[in-house]
Design a protein around this ligand. Structure first.
Ligand SMILES: NC(=O)c1ccc[n+]([C@@H]2O[C@H](COP(=O)([O-])OP(=O)(O)OC[C@H]3O[C@@H](n4cnc5c(N)ncnc54)[C@H](OP(=O)(O)O)[C@@H]3O)[C@@H](O)[C@H]2O)c1
Length: 235
């Protein structure tokens, strides 16, 4: 089954974790996939096309989008997945850290969506899938910065869905709970977290994103939330 055959997808943050899994499942479904992340090396491997870039740099994002449209084409699917996360008690949180997380988690999706939108609008079709979080609609302790970035992303998603209503461009927010990826390696915080073995797997989230990306044009998925099932000790 190759339901995405002939489609072009751009996936940010595709060097590891959830974005890596999304890129792989999209390619298995037949899509050409432009993978974006800072640590990738430019090149191609079958359906995977690697474009290293820093999504926190709006000028680099604009140049990236122009190159992708000229060299590969107009994306049918844009997945804003690149993100950073750190759990910080509020009184230790700094404006510099707020700026760092905002730049990747909110300015990045803003800039890259804006950079691709003229071509996607001209095509009259396409999907923008933003990777939110359970923290985009619920506050958790030591999460003031990350939550602010993800609430902001959800706000942008809802606004763009309204603004582009009827244009053929669809917007989806896919919001996972804790998922076992390298993002947890450096995540601080003083409170216990769910063991990594009890988190979602990147493939769980990638399958949800594939589901959204393969819905027919008549169907829009606005928000899709998923979390690890409660364990016996939590019930
Ligand atoms: N894991 C979870 O529990 C969880 C839960 C809910 C939501 N999420 C969200 O899911 C998304 C992916 O997270 P993950 O868990 O897969 O994290 P991850 O394993 O740390 O991967 C993050 C990805 O983002 C890229 N990235 C970071 N900063 C970037 C920048 N400035 N420019 C370009 N790429 C950048 C990284 O690539 P380079 O370092 O190579 O640039 C990497 O590919 C994030 O938006 C995160 O907020 C994660």
């Amino acid at each position: 089954m190759t339901p995405l055959a002939g489609r072009l997808a751009v996936v940010t943050g595709a060097s590891r974790g959830i974005g890596h899994a999304i890129a792989r499942i999209f390619a298995e479904a037949g899509a050409r996939v432009v993978r974006v992340a800072r640590s990738l090396t430019a090149g191609a491997d079958g359906l995977l096309l690697d474009y290293p870039a820093d999504v926190a740099d709006p000028a680099a994002v604009a140049a990236l989008a122009a190159r992708v449209v000229a060299e590969v084409g107009t994306p049918d699917i844009l997945v804003n997945n690149a993100g950073v996360f750190d759990r910080i008690p509020f009184e230790q949180a700094t404006v510099a850290e707020l700026t760092r997380q905002l730049q990747v988690n909110l300015v990045g999706p803003f800039a890259i969506t804006q950079a691709f939108m003229p071509a996607m609008r001209r095509a009259g079709r396409g999907q923008v899938i933003n990777i939110g979080s359970v923290a985009d609609a619920t506050g958790f302790p030591e999460n003031s910065i990350y939550s602010a970035t993800k609430y902001g992303l959800r706000g942008m998603h809802e606004s763009l869905a309204a603004e582009y209503h009827g244009t053929g461009i669809r917007f989806a927010l896919v919001s996972p709970g804790p998922t076992d990826t390298p993002i947890w390696d450096g995540a601080g915080g003083s409170r216990p977290v769910r063991p990594r073995s009890e988190m979602l797997k990147p493939s769980d989230v990638a399958e949800a994103v594939l589901f959204v990306a393969t819905r027919p044009p008549r169907m829009t998925i606005d928000v899709l939330r998923m979390s690890p099932s409660p364990t016996e000790s939590e019930t």
